[in-house]
Design a protein around this ligand. Structure first.
Ligand code: FAD
Length: 485
Protein backbone atom coordinates (compact mmCIF):
# COMPACT_ATOMS: atom_id res chain seq x y z
CA UNK A 1 0.00 0.00 0.00
CA UNK A 2 1.38 3.39 -0.94
CA UNK A 3 0.93 6.07 1.71
CA UNK A 4 1.93 9.66 0.91
CA UNK A 5 1.32 11.52 4.14
CA UNK A 6 1.81 11.22 7.90
CA UNK A 7 -0.83 9.88 10.18
CA UNK A 8 -2.35 6.69 11.51
CA UNK A 9 -4.07 3.98 9.49
CA UNK A 10 -7.74 3.29 10.16
CA UNK A 11 -8.81 -0.35 9.78
CA UNK A 12 -12.53 -0.41 9.20
CA UNK A 13 -13.60 -3.85 10.47
CA UNK A 14 -16.82 -5.37 9.19
CA UNK A 15 -17.38 -9.11 8.68
CA UNK A 16 -13.75 -9.84 9.56
CA UNK A 17 -13.76 -9.67 13.35
CA UNK A 18 -10.40 -11.39 13.83
CA UNK A 19 -6.71 -10.59 14.18
CA UNK A 20 -5.23 -13.60 12.34
CA UNK A 21 -5.45 -13.90 8.56
CA UNK A 22 -6.81 -10.38 8.35
CA UNK A 23 -5.03 -8.77 5.38
CA UNK A 24 -6.42 -5.28 5.99
CA UNK A 25 -5.20 -5.33 9.58
CA UNK A 26 -1.83 -6.76 8.52
CA UNK A 27 -1.45 -4.03 5.89
CA UNK A 28 -2.32 -1.36 8.45
CA UNK A 29 0.24 -2.72 10.90
CA UNK A 30 3.01 -3.24 8.35
CA UNK A 31 4.36 0.34 8.03
CA UNK A 32 4.71 0.57 11.83
CA UNK A 33 2.30 3.48 11.97
CA UNK A 34 -0.38 3.94 14.62
CA UNK A 35 -3.45 1.80 13.85
CA UNK A 36 -7.05 2.72 14.68
CA UNK A 37 -9.34 -0.34 14.59
CA UNK A 38 -12.88 0.89 13.97
CA UNK A 39 -16.21 -0.95 13.91
CA UNK A 40 -19.29 0.91 12.65
CA UNK A 41 -22.78 -0.38 13.40
CA UNK A 42 -23.81 0.72 9.95
CA UNK A 43 -27.08 2.49 9.28
CA UNK A 44 -26.48 3.27 5.61
CA UNK A 45 -29.87 3.22 3.82
CA UNK A 46 -30.10 0.07 1.68
CA UNK A 47 -27.74 -1.96 3.86
CA UNK A 48 -29.93 -4.64 5.45
CA UNK A 49 -29.99 -4.21 9.24
CA UNK A 50 -28.96 -7.29 11.20
CA UNK A 51 -31.64 -9.41 12.82
CA UNK A 52 -32.01 -9.92 16.56
CA UNK A 53 -29.97 -13.14 16.82
CA UNK A 54 -27.13 -11.62 14.76
CA UNK A 55 -27.08 -8.57 17.04
CA UNK A 56 -26.82 -10.90 20.03
CA UNK A 57 -23.78 -12.49 18.40
CA UNK A 58 -22.25 -9.18 17.35
CA UNK A 59 -22.40 -7.93 20.95
CA UNK A 60 -20.23 -10.81 22.19
CA UNK A 61 -17.97 -10.87 19.16
CA UNK A 62 -17.11 -7.18 19.47
CA UNK A 63 -16.38 -7.62 23.18
CA UNK A 64 -14.01 -10.51 22.37
CA UNK A 65 -12.32 -8.49 19.62
CA UNK A 66 -11.88 -5.48 21.90
CA UNK A 67 -10.18 -7.71 24.49
CA UNK A 68 -7.91 -9.26 21.86
CA UNK A 69 -6.92 -5.81 20.59
CA UNK A 70 -6.20 -4.58 24.11
CA UNK A 71 -3.90 -7.54 24.64
CA UNK A 72 -1.70 -6.24 21.80
CA UNK A 73 -1.69 -2.63 22.94
CA UNK A 74 -4.63 -1.38 20.90
CA UNK A 75 -8.36 -0.63 21.22
CA UNK A 76 -11.56 -1.09 19.29
CA UNK A 77 -13.35 2.16 18.45
CA UNK A 78 -17.11 1.66 18.22
CA UNK A 79 -19.42 4.03 16.38
CA UNK A 80 -22.97 3.88 15.10
CA UNK A 81 -24.57 5.62 12.13
CA UNK A 82 -24.38 5.69 8.34
CA UNK A 83 -20.83 4.53 7.54
CA UNK A 84 -19.87 7.48 5.41
CA UNK A 85 -21.00 10.04 8.01
CA UNK A 86 -19.19 8.18 10.78
CA UNK A 87 -16.01 7.87 8.74
CA UNK A 88 -16.17 11.58 7.87
CA UNK A 89 -16.16 12.41 11.58
CA UNK A 90 -13.42 9.95 12.49
CA UNK A 91 -11.26 11.02 9.54
CA UNK A 92 -11.68 14.70 10.48
CA UNK A 93 -10.55 13.93 14.01
CA UNK A 94 -7.80 11.35 13.41
CA UNK A 95 -6.35 12.79 10.18
CA UNK A 96 -5.36 9.33 8.95
CA UNK A 97 -2.91 8.68 6.17
CA UNK A 98 -4.98 5.72 5.02
CA UNK A 99 -8.19 3.78 5.53
CA UNK A 100 -8.20 0.05 4.80
CA UNK A 101 -10.81 -2.71 4.90
CA UNK A 102 -11.57 -6.21 3.66
CA UNK A 103 -14.04 -6.48 0.79
CA UNK A 104 -17.69 -7.57 0.94
CA UNK A 105 -19.58 -8.76 -2.12
CA UNK A 106 -23.28 -7.89 -1.89
CA UNK A 107 -24.60 -4.97 -3.90
CA UNK A 108 -25.43 -2.63 -1.00
CA UNK A 109 -21.97 -3.06 0.53
CA UNK A 110 -20.27 -2.60 -2.83
CA UNK A 111 -22.21 0.63 -3.53
CA UNK A 112 -21.41 1.99 -0.07
CA UNK A 113 -17.73 1.08 -0.26
CA UNK A 114 -17.30 2.45 -3.78
CA UNK A 115 -18.81 5.74 -2.71
CA UNK A 116 -16.58 5.93 0.38
CA UNK A 117 -13.46 5.05 -1.61
CA UNK A 118 -14.12 7.88 -4.09
CA UNK A 119 -14.73 10.35 -1.28
CA UNK A 120 -11.52 9.35 0.57
CA UNK A 121 -9.58 9.78 -2.65
CA UNK A 122 -10.97 13.32 -2.98
CA UNK A 123 -9.88 13.96 0.61
CA UNK A 124 -6.34 12.85 -0.25
CA UNK A 125 -6.56 9.84 2.11
CA UNK A 126 -5.10 6.60 0.75
CA UNK A 127 -7.58 3.78 0.66
CA UNK A 128 -7.14 0.13 -0.09
CA UNK A 129 -9.32 -2.94 0.21
CA UNK A 130 -8.28 -6.57 0.65
CA UNK A 131 -9.48 -10.11 0.16
CA UNK A 132 -10.33 -11.94 3.39
CA UNK A 133 -13.81 -13.43 3.36
CA UNK A 134 -13.68 -16.05 0.60
CA UNK A 135 -11.26 -18.58 -0.83
CA UNK A 136 -11.86 -17.13 -4.28
CA UNK A 137 -13.32 -13.71 -4.98
CA UNK A 138 -16.47 -14.01 -7.08
CA UNK A 139 -15.06 -12.65 -10.35
CA UNK A 140 -12.05 -14.99 -10.35
CA UNK A 141 -13.82 -18.28 -11.09
CA UNK A 142 -15.16 -18.44 -14.66
CA UNK A 143 -15.92 -21.11 -17.22
CA UNK A 144 -14.15 -21.60 -20.56
CA UNK A 145 -16.37 -18.96 -22.16
CA UNK A 146 -15.38 -16.46 -19.47
CA UNK A 147 -18.82 -16.61 -17.84
CA UNK A 148 -19.59 -17.18 -14.16
CA UNK A 149 -20.76 -20.69 -13.32
CA UNK A 150 -24.43 -21.38 -12.61
CA UNK A 151 -24.03 -24.98 -11.44
CA UNK A 152 -22.17 -25.96 -8.28
CA UNK A 153 -20.15 -29.04 -9.34
CA UNK A 154 -18.24 -27.46 -12.25
CA UNK A 155 -17.92 -24.24 -10.21
CA UNK A 156 -16.24 -26.04 -7.35
CA UNK A 157 -14.03 -28.10 -9.66
CA UNK A 158 -12.75 -24.88 -11.24
CA UNK A 159 -12.56 -23.04 -7.90
CA UNK A 160 -10.33 -25.73 -6.44
CA UNK A 161 -7.81 -25.19 -9.22
CA UNK A 162 -7.03 -21.79 -7.68
CA UNK A 163 -6.35 -23.29 -4.29
CA UNK A 164 -3.04 -25.05 -4.58
CA UNK A 165 -1.18 -22.60 -2.40
CA UNK A 166 -3.36 -21.04 0.23
CA UNK A 167 -1.57 -18.59 2.49
CA UNK A 168 -2.65 -17.55 5.97
CA UNK A 169 -1.39 -14.35 7.64
CA UNK A 170 -0.47 -14.62 11.34
CA UNK A 171 -2.04 -12.19 13.82
CA UNK A 172 -0.01 -9.05 14.50
CA UNK A 173 1.85 -9.29 17.82
CA UNK A 174 1.50 -5.59 18.63
CA UNK A 175 -0.23 -2.54 17.19
CA UNK A 176 1.08 0.99 17.66
CA UNK A 177 -1.47 3.28 19.34
CA UNK A 178 -2.28 6.77 18.04
CA UNK A 179 -1.44 9.80 20.19
CA UNK A 180 -5.16 10.59 20.55
CA UNK A 181 -7.82 7.97 20.22
CA UNK A 182 -11.05 9.00 18.48
CA UNK A 183 -14.20 9.00 20.60
CA UNK A 184 -15.76 5.57 21.08
CA UNK A 185 -19.26 4.54 22.08
CA UNK A 186 -19.92 2.04 24.86
CA UNK A 187 -20.89 -1.40 23.58
CA UNK A 188 -23.38 -1.79 26.43
CA UNK A 189 -25.05 1.43 25.28
CA UNK A 190 -25.94 -0.24 21.97
CA UNK A 191 -28.18 -2.63 23.90
CA UNK A 192 -27.60 -5.49 21.49
CA UNK A 193 -28.33 -8.09 24.14
CA UNK A 194 -32.09 -8.67 24.41
CA UNK A 195 -33.98 -7.75 27.57
CA UNK A 196 -37.69 -7.86 28.29
CA UNK A 197 -37.72 -10.67 27.44
CA UNK A 198 -34.23 -12.08 27.23
CA UNK A 199 -34.87 -14.81 24.65
CA UNK A 200 -31.18 -15.74 24.43
CA UNK A 201 -30.93 -18.11 27.41
CA UNK A 202 -30.43 -21.12 25.13
CA UNK A 203 -27.65 -19.39 23.19
CA UNK A 204 -25.03 -20.39 25.74
CA UNK A 205 -23.74 -23.18 23.51
CA UNK A 206 -21.95 -20.46 21.53
CA UNK A 207 -18.65 -18.72 22.21
CA UNK A 208 -18.56 -15.81 19.76
CA UNK A 209 -15.12 -14.45 18.94
CA UNK A 210 -11.89 -15.56 17.33
CA UNK A 211 -10.83 -17.91 20.15
CA UNK A 212 -14.25 -19.59 20.17
CA UNK A 213 -14.08 -20.04 16.40
CA UNK A 214 -10.66 -21.63 16.56
CA UNK A 215 -11.80 -23.97 19.30
CA UNK A 216 -14.83 -25.07 17.23
CA UNK A 217 -12.60 -25.81 14.26
CA UNK A 218 -10.05 -27.73 16.32
CA UNK A 219 -12.75 -29.74 18.11
CA UNK A 220 -14.38 -30.63 14.81
CA UNK A 221 -11.14 -31.64 13.13
CA UNK A 222 -10.07 -33.76 16.05
CA UNK A 223 -13.26 -35.85 16.19
CA UNK A 224 -16.56 -35.42 14.35
CA UNK A 225 -14.94 -34.94 10.94
CA UNK A 226 -14.00 -38.65 10.92
CA UNK A 227 -17.62 -39.58 10.25
CA UNK A 228 -18.84 -36.31 8.74
CA UNK A 229 -20.21 -37.67 5.47
CA UNK A 230 -22.48 -40.25 7.10
CA UNK A 231 -23.60 -38.25 10.11
CA UNK A 232 -23.84 -34.69 8.79
CA UNK A 233 -27.49 -35.30 7.86
CA UNK A 234 -28.50 -36.59 11.28
CA UNK A 235 -29.84 -33.72 13.39
CA UNK A 236 -29.81 -35.79 16.57
CA UNK A 237 -26.02 -36.08 16.43
CA UNK A 238 -23.57 -33.20 16.73
CA UNK A 239 -21.56 -34.17 13.66
CA UNK A 240 -21.00 -30.86 11.84
CA UNK A 241 -18.60 -28.04 12.64
CA UNK A 242 -21.09 -25.31 13.65
CA UNK A 243 -18.65 -22.82 12.21
CA UNK A 244 -21.26 -20.92 10.18
CA UNK A 245 -21.77 -17.93 12.52
CA UNK A 246 -18.00 -17.68 13.08
CA UNK A 247 -17.45 -17.68 9.33
CA UNK A 248 -20.22 -15.16 8.74
CA UNK A 249 -18.77 -12.67 11.22
CA UNK A 250 -15.27 -13.41 9.99
CA UNK A 251 -13.98 -14.59 13.36
CA UNK A 252 -12.28 -17.23 11.31
CA UNK A 253 -11.62 -17.05 7.59
CA UNK A 254 -12.18 -19.78 5.01
CA UNK A 255 -8.45 -19.83 4.24
CA UNK A 256 -7.73 -20.73 7.84
CA UNK A 257 -10.34 -23.49 7.67
CA UNK A 258 -8.91 -24.73 4.39
CA UNK A 259 -5.32 -24.82 5.66
CA UNK A 260 -6.23 -26.47 8.98
CA UNK A 261 -8.32 -29.10 7.19
CA UNK A 262 -5.60 -29.89 4.64
CA UNK A 263 -2.99 -30.04 7.41
CA UNK A 264 -5.15 -32.50 9.34
CA UNK A 265 -5.14 -34.80 6.31
CA UNK A 266 -1.41 -34.46 5.78
CA UNK A 267 -0.70 -35.21 9.43
CA UNK A 268 -2.86 -38.33 9.17
CA UNK A 269 -5.31 -36.90 11.72
CA UNK A 270 -8.37 -36.81 9.45
CA UNK A 271 -9.58 -38.96 6.53
CA UNK A 272 -9.12 -37.26 3.15
CA UNK A 273 -12.60 -38.20 1.87
CA UNK A 274 -14.35 -36.72 4.89
CA UNK A 275 -12.32 -33.52 4.63
CA UNK A 276 -13.21 -33.26 0.93
CA UNK A 277 -16.90 -33.41 1.77
CA UNK A 278 -16.51 -30.82 4.50
CA UNK A 279 -14.56 -28.48 2.22
CA UNK A 280 -17.19 -28.87 -0.48
CA UNK A 281 -19.69 -27.36 1.98
CA UNK A 282 -17.34 -24.41 2.34
CA UNK A 283 -17.53 -24.52 -1.47
CA UNK A 284 -21.31 -24.00 -1.31
CA UNK A 285 -20.68 -20.91 0.77
CA UNK A 286 -18.30 -19.67 -1.93
CA UNK A 287 -20.78 -20.53 -4.69
CA UNK A 288 -23.63 -18.66 -2.99
CA UNK A 289 -21.46 -15.56 -2.60
CA UNK A 290 -20.44 -15.73 -6.26
CA UNK A 291 -24.04 -16.17 -7.41
CA UNK A 292 -25.18 -13.20 -5.32
CA UNK A 293 -22.34 -11.06 -6.64
CA UNK A 294 -23.26 -11.83 -10.25
CA UNK A 295 -27.02 -11.56 -9.58
CA UNK A 296 -27.32 -8.75 -7.04
CA UNK A 297 -31.15 -8.70 -7.07
CA UNK A 298 -31.49 -12.24 -5.72
CA UNK A 299 -32.71 -11.14 -2.27
CA UNK A 300 -35.81 -9.87 -4.10
CA UNK A 301 -36.13 -11.83 -7.34
CA UNK A 302 -35.71 -15.49 -8.27
CA UNK A 303 -32.65 -16.73 -10.15
CA UNK A 304 -35.12 -18.42 -12.53
CA UNK A 305 -37.40 -15.48 -13.36
CA UNK A 306 -40.47 -17.65 -14.11
CA UNK A 307 -40.62 -18.35 -10.36
CA UNK A 308 -41.52 -14.74 -9.69
CA UNK A 309 -44.97 -15.50 -11.14
CA UNK A 310 -45.56 -18.27 -8.58
CA UNK A 311 -49.03 -17.98 -6.96
CA UNK A 312 -47.89 -17.68 -3.32
CA UNK A 313 -50.65 -17.50 -0.73
CA UNK A 314 -50.66 -15.23 2.32
CA UNK A 315 -51.74 -17.92 4.90
CA UNK A 316 -51.07 -15.81 7.96
CA UNK A 317 -52.13 -18.53 10.41
CA UNK A 318 -49.96 -21.16 8.68
CA UNK A 319 -46.94 -18.87 8.70
CA UNK A 320 -47.41 -18.09 12.39
CA UNK A 321 -47.75 -21.79 13.24
CA UNK A 322 -44.54 -22.46 11.31
CA UNK A 323 -42.59 -19.75 13.14
CA UNK A 324 -43.77 -21.08 16.52
CA UNK A 325 -42.99 -24.70 15.69
CA UNK A 326 -46.65 -25.69 15.79
CA UNK A 327 -47.31 -27.24 12.39
CA UNK A 328 -48.05 -30.68 13.80
CA UNK A 329 -45.10 -32.25 11.94
CA UNK A 330 -42.53 -33.14 14.62
CA UNK A 331 -39.38 -32.72 12.51
CA UNK A 332 -40.48 -29.29 11.25
CA UNK A 333 -41.56 -28.14 14.70
CA UNK A 334 -38.38 -29.42 16.35
CA UNK A 335 -36.30 -27.43 13.85
CA UNK A 336 -38.26 -24.23 14.34
CA UNK A 337 -37.99 -24.61 18.11
CA UNK A 338 -34.26 -25.30 17.93
CA UNK A 339 -33.95 -22.12 15.86
CA UNK A 340 -35.84 -20.01 18.36
CA UNK A 341 -34.04 -21.46 21.37
CA UNK A 342 -30.45 -21.45 20.07
CA UNK A 343 -30.26 -19.22 16.98
CA UNK A 344 -29.32 -22.27 14.90
CA UNK A 345 -31.00 -25.09 13.04
CA UNK A 346 -29.39 -28.21 11.66
CA UNK A 347 -28.91 -28.00 7.87
CA UNK A 348 -31.05 -31.04 7.00
CA UNK A 349 -33.88 -29.67 9.13
CA UNK A 350 -33.50 -26.21 7.56
CA UNK A 351 -34.18 -27.89 4.23
CA UNK A 352 -37.23 -29.74 5.55
CA UNK A 353 -38.67 -26.75 7.43
CA UNK A 354 -38.09 -24.35 4.52
CA UNK A 355 -39.60 -26.80 2.05
CA UNK A 356 -42.64 -27.18 4.28
CA UNK A 357 -43.23 -23.42 4.28
CA UNK A 358 -42.90 -22.92 0.52
CA UNK A 359 -44.41 -26.19 -0.70
CA UNK A 360 -46.90 -27.39 1.91
CA UNK A 361 -48.10 -23.92 2.86
CA UNK A 362 -47.28 -22.13 -0.45
CA UNK A 363 -45.91 -19.18 1.50
CA UNK A 364 -43.44 -16.99 -0.40
CA UNK A 365 -39.82 -18.02 0.32
CA UNK A 366 -38.97 -14.37 1.04
CA UNK A 367 -41.11 -14.47 4.20
CA UNK A 368 -39.26 -17.54 5.41
CA UNK A 369 -35.94 -15.97 4.51
CA UNK A 370 -36.85 -12.89 6.56
CA UNK A 371 -37.76 -15.04 9.58
CA UNK A 372 -34.45 -16.90 9.34
CA UNK A 373 -32.66 -13.56 8.92
CA UNK A 374 -34.05 -12.39 12.24
CA UNK A 375 -33.57 -15.61 14.19
CA UNK A 376 -30.35 -17.25 12.91
CA UNK A 377 -27.01 -16.39 14.51
CA UNK A 378 -25.40 -17.29 11.16
CA UNK A 379 -27.84 -15.18 9.07
CA UNK A 380 -25.89 -14.40 5.93
CA UNK A 381 -27.38 -12.69 2.89
CA UNK A 382 -25.72 -14.88 0.25
CA UNK A 383 -26.23 -18.18 2.08
CA UNK A 384 -29.73 -17.49 3.32
CA UNK A 385 -31.08 -16.21 0.02
CA UNK A 386 -29.18 -18.86 -1.97
CA UNK A 387 -30.49 -21.70 0.16
CA UNK A 388 -34.07 -20.44 0.30
CA UNK A 389 -34.10 -20.14 -3.46
CA UNK A 390 -32.54 -23.60 -3.70
CA UNK A 391 -35.33 -25.05 -1.58
CA UNK A 392 -38.08 -23.13 -3.40
CA UNK A 393 -36.86 -24.46 -6.73
CA UNK A 394 -36.17 -21.14 -8.45
CA UNK A 395 -32.51 -20.79 -7.43
CA UNK A 396 -29.19 -21.55 -9.09
CA UNK A 397 -28.65 -25.32 -9.32
CA UNK A 398 -31.80 -25.66 -7.22
CA UNK A 399 -33.74 -28.69 -6.04
CA UNK A 400 -36.50 -29.26 -8.62
CA UNK A 401 -39.83 -27.88 -7.43
CA UNK A 402 -41.65 -31.18 -7.93
CA UNK A 403 -39.36 -32.95 -5.44
CA UNK A 404 -41.44 -32.26 -2.36
CA UNK A 405 -40.01 -33.42 0.93
CA UNK A 406 -42.35 -35.62 2.90
CA UNK A 407 -41.80 -34.38 6.48
CA UNK A 408 -42.78 -37.76 7.93
CA UNK A 409 -40.41 -39.78 5.72
CA UNK A 410 -37.62 -37.24 6.19
CA UNK A 411 -38.00 -37.47 9.95
CA UNK A 412 -37.99 -41.27 9.87
CA UNK A 413 -34.94 -41.36 7.63
CA UNK A 414 -32.75 -38.78 9.35
CA UNK A 415 -33.99 -38.97 12.94
CA UNK A 416 -34.99 -42.64 13.11
CA UNK A 417 -34.93 -42.94 16.88
CA UNK A 418 -36.56 -39.51 17.34
CA UNK A 419 -33.57 -38.21 19.34
CA UNK A 420 -33.81 -34.74 17.84
CA UNK A 421 -37.59 -34.54 18.04
CA UNK A 422 -37.62 -35.64 21.68
CA UNK A 423 -34.97 -33.05 22.54
CA UNK A 424 -36.98 -30.13 21.15
CA UNK A 425 -40.55 -31.36 21.69
CA UNK A 426 -40.48 -32.90 25.14
CA UNK A 427 -44.25 -33.36 25.09
CA UNK A 428 -43.70 -36.12 22.49
CA UNK A 429 -40.81 -37.72 24.36
CA UNK A 430 -42.91 -40.65 25.61
CA UNK A 431 -44.01 -41.82 22.15
CA UNK A 432 -42.41 -44.96 20.72
CA UNK A 433 -40.01 -44.64 17.77
CA UNK A 434 -42.66 -46.08 15.45
CA UNK A 435 -45.00 -43.10 15.86
CA UNK A 436 -42.63 -40.29 16.89
CA UNK A 437 -42.85 -38.75 13.40
CA UNK A 438 -46.60 -39.48 13.04
CA UNK A 439 -47.90 -38.69 16.52
CA UNK A 440 -51.53 -38.53 15.34
CA UNK A 441 -51.34 -42.32 15.05
CA UNK A 442 -50.76 -42.43 18.79
CA UNK A 443 -53.27 -39.70 19.69
CA UNK A 444 -54.56 -41.74 22.65
CA UNK A 445 -51.16 -41.37 24.32
CA UNK A 446 -51.15 -37.57 24.00
CA UNK A 447 -52.57 -35.09 26.48
CA UNK A 448 -53.50 -31.43 26.62
CA UNK A 449 -51.59 -29.14 24.26
CA UNK A 450 -49.75 -32.07 22.68
CA UNK A 451 -53.07 -33.68 21.75
CA UNK A 452 -54.35 -30.44 20.26
CA UNK A 453 -51.14 -29.86 18.23
CA UNK A 454 -50.28 -33.38 17.26
CA UNK A 455 -53.75 -34.94 16.97
CA UNK A 456 -53.80 -33.59 13.42
CA UNK A 457 -51.21 -31.53 11.49
CA UNK A 458 -52.20 -28.13 10.04
CA UNK A 459 -52.16 -29.56 6.49
CA UNK A 460 -52.23 -33.15 5.31
CA UNK A 461 -49.11 -34.13 3.41
CA UNK A 462 -50.76 -35.69 0.33
CA UNK A 463 -53.27 -32.90 -0.21
CA UNK A 464 -50.58 -30.23 0.30
CA UNK A 465 -48.29 -32.01 -2.13
CA UNK A 466 -50.99 -32.12 -4.82
CA UNK A 467 -51.82 -28.45 -4.24
CA UNK A 468 -48.15 -27.48 -4.61
CA UNK A 469 -47.74 -29.47 -7.82
CA UNK A 470 -50.93 -27.91 -9.19
CA UNK A 471 -49.62 -24.42 -8.41
CA UNK A 472 -46.35 -25.28 -10.10
CA UNK A 473 -48.13 -26.64 -13.17
CA UNK A 474 -49.88 -23.30 -13.49
CA UNK A 475 -46.58 -21.49 -13.86
CA UNK A 476 -45.66 -20.52 -17.35
CA UNK A 477 -42.60 -22.29 -18.72
CA UNK A 478 -43.10 -25.34 -16.52
CA UNK A 479 -41.65 -27.88 -18.91
CA UNK A 480 -39.42 -29.19 -16.14
CA UNK A 481 -42.41 -30.63 -14.32
CA UNK A 482 -44.01 -32.16 -17.39
CA UNK A 483 -40.72 -33.62 -18.48
CA UNK A 484 -40.33 -35.20 -15.07
CA UNK A 485 -43.78 -36.77 -14.83
P1 FAD B 1 -20.88 -27.74 8.28
O1 FAD B 1 -21.59 -28.93 7.74
O2 FAD B 1 -19.86 -27.96 9.30
O3 FAD B 1 -20.28 -26.97 7.02
C1 FAD B 1 -19.14 -26.12 7.10
C2 FAD B 1 -19.46 -24.75 6.58
O4 FAD B 1 -19.85 -24.82 5.21
C3 FAD B 1 -20.62 -24.06 7.28
O5 FAD B 1 -20.20 -23.46 8.47
C4 FAD B 1 -21.08 -23.07 6.24
O6 FAD B 1 -20.27 -21.91 6.24
C5 FAD B 1 -20.83 -23.83 4.95
N1 FAD B 1 -22.07 -24.48 4.51
C6 FAD B 1 -22.53 -25.68 4.90
N2 FAD B 1 -23.69 -25.95 4.24
C7 FAD B 1 -23.93 -24.90 3.45
C8 FAD B 1 -24.96 -24.57 2.53
N3 FAD B 1 -25.99 -25.40 2.28
N4 FAD B 1 -24.89 -23.38 1.89
C9 FAD B 1 -23.87 -22.55 2.11
N5 FAD B 1 -22.87 -22.79 2.95
C10 FAD B 1 -22.90 -23.95 3.62
N6 FAD B 1 -25.87 -20.89 6.18
C11 FAD B 1 -25.39 -19.73 6.64
O7 FAD B 1 -24.19 -19.63 6.91
N7 FAD B 1 -26.19 -18.63 6.79
C12 FAD B 1 -27.53 -18.68 6.50
O8 FAD B 1 -28.22 -17.65 6.63
C13 FAD B 1 -28.07 -19.90 6.03
N8 FAD B 1 -29.39 -20.01 5.76
C14 FAD B 1 -29.89 -21.21 5.29
C15 FAD B 1 -31.24 -21.30 4.96
C16 FAD B 1 -31.77 -22.48 4.49
C17 FAD B 1 -33.23 -22.57 4.09
C18 FAD B 1 -30.94 -23.62 4.35
C19 FAD B 1 -31.49 -24.92 3.83
C20 FAD B 1 -29.60 -23.54 4.66
C21 FAD B 1 -29.05 -22.34 5.12
N9 FAD B 1 -27.67 -22.22 5.44
C22 FAD B 1 -27.19 -21.02 5.88
C23 FAD B 1 -26.73 -23.31 5.12
C24 FAD B 1 -26.47 -24.33 6.22
O9 FAD B 1 -27.66 -24.78 6.79
C25 FAD B 1 -25.55 -23.81 7.32
O10 FAD B 1 -24.43 -23.17 6.78
C26 FAD B 1 -25.08 -25.01 8.16
O11 FAD B 1 -26.18 -25.64 8.76
C27 FAD B 1 -24.12 -24.55 9.19
O12 FAD B 1 -23.77 -25.62 10.03
P2 FAD B 1 -22.27 -26.06 10.19
O13 FAD B 1 -21.41 -24.85 10.33
O14 FAD B 1 -22.25 -27.06 11.27
O15 FAD B 1 -22.01 -26.73 8.77
Amino acid sequence: MRIDRDGPVIVWLRNDLRLADNPALAAAAAPGRPVIPLYILDQTPGVRPMGGASLWWLDKSLAALADALEAIGSRLILRRGPAREVLAEVVAHARPAAVVWNRLYDAAAIDRDTDIKAWLKDEGVACESFDAGLLNEPWTVRNGAGQPYKVFTPYWRAAREHLHQVHVEPAPKALAAPEHWPRTEALAGWKLHPTRPDWSKGFDLWTPGEAGARERLDDFLSGPVDDYQRKRDLPGVEATSRLSPHLHFGEIGPRQVWVAARNAVEAGDAPAGQIEKFLSEIGWREFNHAILFHHPDLPKTSFRPEFDAFPWVSDHAGFEAWTRGETGYPIVDAGMRELWATGFMHNRVRMIAASFLVKHLLVDWRRGEAWFWDTLVDADLANNVGNWQWVAGGGADAAPYFRIFNPIAQGQKFDPAGTYVRRWIPELAGLPDATIHEPWKAAAQLNGAAKRLYGEPIVGHSAARERALEAYRGLRGDQALHAAR
